[in-house]
Design a protein around this ligand. Structure first.
Ligand code: GDP
Ligand code: MG
Ligand code: ZN
Length: 304
């Protein structure tokens, strides 16, 4: 049976692209439901009704799945921020990084709108993340800066762009996969924030490469409810070489004596703001876990 990849879903129909590069419009067979059983990124088996229309017969197992936006088979997350307009935000960037690490996907950090600032300021923004060990590329969709490096880097990945509205995700997709002409939106002068111009998820082919790129409306779910407090430190990659030395096993690196993560913060090996964000996320997870506990207890009491 032929295989295709879901690249778009529009009102009850799926657009799928087959191995020959042809697009077929398909509806799902029987019990398969769009947006529940099938999503953009899925590999599907299909049968043809005529040369352009088909029926989806089954969905292949997914290598990864993200929620809100609901996309599958992502291998890479490019976290996009702008150097300015809108101003960039360490806290939000660290939150995205936690998500990427927790899902075990390959991260890449993009600082877009390089044309709006000088080289020195750009360096100041990216340097801390390079020091941690993250790959960072500065781009500009206006001057084309970083385009070749980025295309090379993600050439065989299925990349989703994550980041706040207005940072230039759709403009970047247009730069990497021209010909689709996705709508981009101006950043509001008044609120200094981007408007939501992208409403649907689409999967586009990178020009001349094997890879794909997703354009999405942006991530709305950034609750950390997919990890536990114990797992959080693993999502801060620069903590790992210190935490083995902590005095207590299962150290949360909060108040415990003999915590080597805290020592590394004091000596400057770990950035203070990274640690502060870590603690904020830890508190957030604690609150989430408490809420869950209370909810469960209430349920148990009701049942009695
Ligand atoms: N100066 C500058 N503006 C950009 C750049 N990339 C995108 N923009 C502008 O930023 C605004 C938001 O872009 P858009 O792609 O819609 O952002 P999205 O919400 O992240 O998809 C638009 O007005 C773009 O023209 C860039 O590299 N430099
Ligand atoms: Mg967009
Ligand atoms: Zn510790």
């Amino acid at each position: 049976m032929p295989v295709g990849r879901v690249i778009r879903m529009v009102g009850g129909f799926c657009y799928i692209k087959n191995e020959q590069g042809d697009t077929i419009i398909a509806i799902p067979r029987g019990k398969l439901r769009l947006s529940e059983d099938i999503t953009v990124g899925d590999l599907v088996d299909y049968t043809l009704i005529n040369s352009e229309q088909g029926v989806i017969e089954g969905v292949h197992p997914r290598s990864s799945i993200l929620k809100r936006p609901f996309v599958s088979n992502v291998t890479r997350v490019a976290i996009v921020f702008a150097h300015k307009n809108p101003d960039f935000n360490y806290f939000l960037l660290d939150r995205f990084l936690v998500m990427v690490e927790a899902y075990n996907l390959k991260p890449l950090i993009l600082f877009n709108k390089s044309d709006l600032i000088d080289k020195e300021t750009a360096e100041k923004n990216v340097e801390p993340y390079r020091r941690i060990g993250y790959q960072v590329i500065c781009t500009s969709t206006k001057s084309g800066e970083g385009k070749d490096e980025l295309l090379e880097e993600i050439s065989s990945d299925a990349t989703v762009l994550a980041g706040p509205s207005g940072v230039g995700k759709s403009a970047l997709v247009n730069m990497l996969a021209p010909g689709y002409n996705l709508e981009t939106g101006a950043v509001s002068k008044k609120t200094r924030r981007g408007r939501q111009t992208t409403r649907e998820v689409r999967l586009l082919s990178l020009t001349g490469r094997n890879g794909f790129i997703f354009d999405t409306p942006g991530f709305t779910q950034l609750d950390l409810d997919f990890i536990s407090r114990r797992e959080l430190a693993d999502c801060f990659i620069e903590f790992s070489k210190h935490e083995e030395e902590c005095r207590f096993m299962g150290c949360l690196h909060q108040q415990e004596p003999g915590c080597q993560v805290k020592t590394a913060v004091e000596t400057g090996e770990i950035e203070q703001w990274r640690y502060e964000n870590f603690i904020l996320f830890l508190e957030e997870l604690k609150a989430l876990e408490n809420r869950k506990y209370l909810r469960n207890r209430r349920c148990r009491e009701k049942r009695r």
